[in-house]
Each structure stands twice: as structure tokens, then as C-alpha cells.
Design a protein around this ligand. Structure first.
Ligand code: NAD
Length: 267
């Protein structure tokens, strides 16, 4: 029997990368999943793979209406909602303060914070009543950039640090009915894009940045994980029987929590 047998879960950014890996693993653990993404094309592929275990909603996490619609669709289809996973995100491709023109910082901030921070806030707002009823939980995707500099530029790093604030405040506000936690993955070669306002909407992370090489060289474990390697922490936090005492926590799954040792001992 899986760790999530009978649970109903909503995942944002579920069309590719980490969100898609969460959907696949959660279904394997016995959950039914509402996959929410702005890409209808990606959602068609998710639905084709999982049939009845997965419902899909296309929409924008920056919209209160779209978040509400996703939650209502989940509750209608599954009769309940046990976990909301805020995961849709944008990266800033390391754009720096000094090299980014002020008007681009202005627009880039609104777009990136709109997805990475407001999207989580609005998703939690829409899901809270159903989660309080089920005694459920919120799990947010953060990053090594939630703890350390240089996992992006100031826009991305600040947005992921803001996510830690959301975890702490929402864990406080939604207790004792709802647990609120996060997972901070490290790099992975996904379909991660950047803000349109910074001209980064058509570039994938791996096209512009040697993410797997960086992970192999600079992370403590010298591995380049795939999205599926990070999802165990989400299963743990969503599984009531396994983590009923955990709230307000961020699991650092990034591999950057301790400095990297040289690949060759003694070098
Ligand atoms: N890839 C990495 O190296 C890395 C590292 C640490 C953390 N993360 C975090 O992981 C999360 C998932 O990213 P990923 O790497 O799997 O990228 P991804 O692009 O493969 O997945 C993100 C999904 O979010 C969707 N999305 C983007 N904006 C949206 C919006 N406004 N409304 C609805 N859906 C939207 C995209 O269509 C995409 O399917 C993000 O929060 C990201 O910050 C990624």
C-alpha cells in the first residue's frame, strides 16, 4: 500500500519537470491528483498517461479565479483535498542587479514574484477551506536559493527567500488544522523558463546554463539529480501518517547545505 492511499492532491506547475515527477510519484503512492499548469499541451500528456487518477486544469497561478477553479475542480472530482503543492515557478537566469536595466528589473520583479510568491499565496488561499476540513497540508517548492546567494539573481533568490516567510507565517496562521512545509530542491535540467518581460520565456534552464555540471561539481554529493530524485521529500510531507508533527519546516534537499569537498579525496 502506498503512503498516499486515498489522498487528493493539487499540484501547480504539474506539466513538466518537478511538478510532473510529483504527479507520477503521487499517483504511484495511491493519490488522486489535480494537475494545474498554464500549458494545456503539457496537461494533455499528463492526462493521457494517468487517465482517471488525474484531473487537469489549465490556468495561471497569478489569477485568484484560476486557483479557485482548480480547487473547486479537485473537490468536485475527488470529494476532498488533502494537500496543496505550490510548485509553478520561473527562474531569472542569474540576471544581476548591476547588469539589468531598471525598467526590466521593475517588470521582471512583478512577473517573477507574481508566479513564485503570489502564485503560492493565492493557491494557499483558495485551498485553505478544503484543507482545514480534511486536516490537510500545504507543501511549497523552494530552492537552494531560499537559503544561499548565487542560485539565481536578486529576483529569484529574493522570491525563494520570500517562500520561507510564507511557510512560517502560513504554518502559524493555519495551525492546528493544516500543516505547512516546503521542499528546497537543488538544480535539475527541466523545462524551467524565465519571465517574458526579461526576454527569457523561450529559454530552458539547461540551454543557457550547465546545470548538471554545476550540480556535479559544486554540490556536496557531486550528483546531478533528475526531478524524480527530489520527490521523496514531498511524499513524506504530504503523508499524514509519516509527518503529522512536522509544520513550518523546509527540507533542504538541494545538496548545497554543506560545502562541496573536492571530487578526488586529498586534492
Ligand atoms: N530546475 C531547477 O534547477 C530548479 C532548482 C530549484 C528549484 N526549482 C523550482 O522547481 C519548481 C518547478 O520548476 P521546474 O524546474 O520543474 O520547471 P518546469 O518549467 O519544468 O516546470 C514548471 C511548470 O510551471 C508552469 N508554469 C509557469 N508559470 C506558470 C503560471 N503562471 N501559471 C501556471 N503554470 C505555470 C510551466 O508551464 C511548467 O510546466 C519551480 O518552483 C522552481 O523554482 C527548480
Amino acid at each position: 500500500m502506498g503512503w498516499l492511499e486515498g489522498q487528493a492532491v493539487l499540484v501547480t506547475g504539474a506539466g513538466s519537470g518537478l511538478g510532473r515527477a510529483i504527479v507520477d510519484r503521487f499517483v504511484a503512492e495511491g493519490a488522486r491528483v489535480l494537475a494545474f499548469d498554464r500549458s494545456a499541451e503539457k496537461l494533455t500528456a499528463v492526462k493521457a498517461e494517468h487517465a482517471a487518477a488525474v484531473e487537469v486544469v489549465a490556468g495561471d497561478v497569478r489569477s485568484p479565479h484560476d486557483n479557485q477553479h482548480a480547487v473547486e475542480t479537485a473537490v468536485e472530482a475527488f470529494g476532498r483535498l488533502d494537500t496543496f503543492i505550490g510548485n509553478a515557478g520561473l527562474w531569472d537566469f542569474n540576471g544581476s542587479l548591476l547588469d539589468t536595466p531598471a525598467d526590466r528589473l521593475d517588470q521582471g520583479f512583478d512577473e517573477l514574484f507574481g508566479v513564485n510568491v503570489k502564485g503560492y499565496l493565492l493557491g494557499a488561499k483558495a485551498a485553505a477551506p478544503a484543507l482545514r476540513e480534511s486536516g490537510g497540508s500545504v507543501v511549497l517548492t523552494l530552492s537552494n536559493a531560499a537559503f544561499f546567494p548565487a542560485g539565481g539573481g536578486p529576483l529569484y533568490v529574493a522570491s525563494k527567500h520570500a517562500g520561507v516567510g510564507l511557510v512560517r507565517q502560513l504554518a502559524y496562521e493555519l495551525a492546528p488544522e493544516v500543516r505547512v512545509n516546503a521542499v528546497a530542491p537543488g538544480g535539475m535540467d527541466t523545462d524551467l523558463r524565465g519571465p517574458e518581460s526579461l526576454g527569457l520565456a523561450t529559454t530552458r534552464i539547461g540551454q543557457a546554463f550547465p546545470i548538471n555540471d554545476v550540480m556535479r561539481q559544486a554540490s556536496a554529493l557531486h550528483i546531478a539529480p533528475g526531478a524524480e530524485d527530489y520527490v521523496g521529500a514531498y511524499v513524506l510531507l504530504a503523508a499524514k501518517a509519516q509527518s503529522s508533527t512536522i509544520t513550518g519546516a523546509v527540507i533542504d534537499a538541494s545538496g548545497f547545505g554543506t560545502p562541496a569537498r573536492p571530487a578526488t579525496p586529498g586534492a
